[in-house]
Design a protein around this ligand. Structure first.
Ligand SMILES: Cc1cc2nc3c(=O)[nH]c(=O)nc-3n(C[C@H](O)[C@H](O)[C@H](O)COP(=O)(O)OP(=O)(O)OC[C@H]3O[C@@H](n4cnc5c(N)ncnc54)[C@H](O)[C@@H]3O)c2cc1C
Length: 227
């Protein structure tokens, strides 16, 4: 949702309209790649909630899954979207505009203690994306193509993290609500950090203790989130 809305808002949220256009140029293929693939996973999980009934055609879930499979094709297959990201980088240097926009998003979180760890994690992912982009610029064509999907995934992850942090700062500033800060933290720890033992021994109980407000859009205080 964060990257999709940013595609619509880019010309207003970037430092100027031309930069916003470049952000949108590269973020649209990333959003299509990410959202269609996630929708397929979500449809599969939703089907499973119904157990065996989910699979049977008596219920609409099988159709949801079948339709979701279409989106990863007709929105542009992943390979083609990754090639499009590469085209936007080589032709227009659009990734630089995106990375600058994400730095701007992270800057909004300065001063929010509850976001400090998340900001550090996202900043690390953005630094990785910059380093990877420089490497790919000087890599041979076949190597750059080979890595284009991994790079697109990294750029999508880092962008999502930065936008979630920005939204979290906005919700804290406007409403004193830390729910989005919890979401951003969860996203960063699941998708951007490399947890020890895959996170199995991580004692964090956030999703157990805050399940209701997290899934039902309840309000949270800073103090609800352990440091
Ligand atoms: C239900 C449905 C409705 C549709 N409606 C429309 C419509 O209204 N308007 C419209 O214009 N189109 C429509 N399409 C077409 C859709 O846009 C294409 O199916 C889609 O773009 C994929 O192209 P393709 O089928 O030619 O697959 P191909 O291009 O043949 O791709 C097959 C596989 O090869 C891979 N591949 C292809 N080229 C490369 C490459 N250079 N490098 C690496 N891998 C590659 C792809 O990733 C894919 O996995 C529809 C498709 C479906 C299924």
């Amino acid at each position: 949702m964060a990257v999709t809305y940013e595609c619509a808002a880019a010309e207003r949220t970037a430092s100027d309209v031309a930069t916003g256009r470049l952000v949108r140029r590269i973020l649209v293929p990333l959003a299509k790649m990410r959202c269609t693939r996630m929708a397929l996973g979500a449809a599969s999980t939703a089907l499973e909630v119904f157990g065996g009934n989910g699979y049977m055609e008596d219920w609409p879930m099988a159709r949801q899954l079948r339709d979701a499979q279409c989106h990863t094709i007709w929105e542009g297959t992943e390979n083609i979207l990754c090639i499009d990201v590469r085209r936007a980088m080589r032709g227009e240097q659009a990734h630089l505009a995106l990375l600058a926009r994400m730095e701007q998003a992270l800057d909004t979180a300065a001063g929010h203690k509850v976001l400090a760890t998340t900001v550090d994690t996202v900043a690390g992912a953005l630094a990785d994306a910059r380093t990877a982009a420089s490497y790919l610029e000087s890599a041979s064509d076949d190597i750059a193509l080979l890595q284009s999907r991994r790079f697109a995934e990294l750029l999508a992850d880092a962008s999502e993290g930065a936008l979630l942090v920005e939204q979290a700062a906005w919700a804290l500033d406007r409403d004193g609500d830390a729910r989005k800060a919890a979401i951003a933290r969860r996203f960063a720890s699941r998708h951007l950090a490399t947890p020890v033992l895959r996170g199995i021994t991580d004692p964090d109980r956030m999703v157990l203790d805050l399940f209701e407000p997290l899934v039902r859009y309840g309000q949270l205080e800073d103090s609800d989130l352990a440091a």
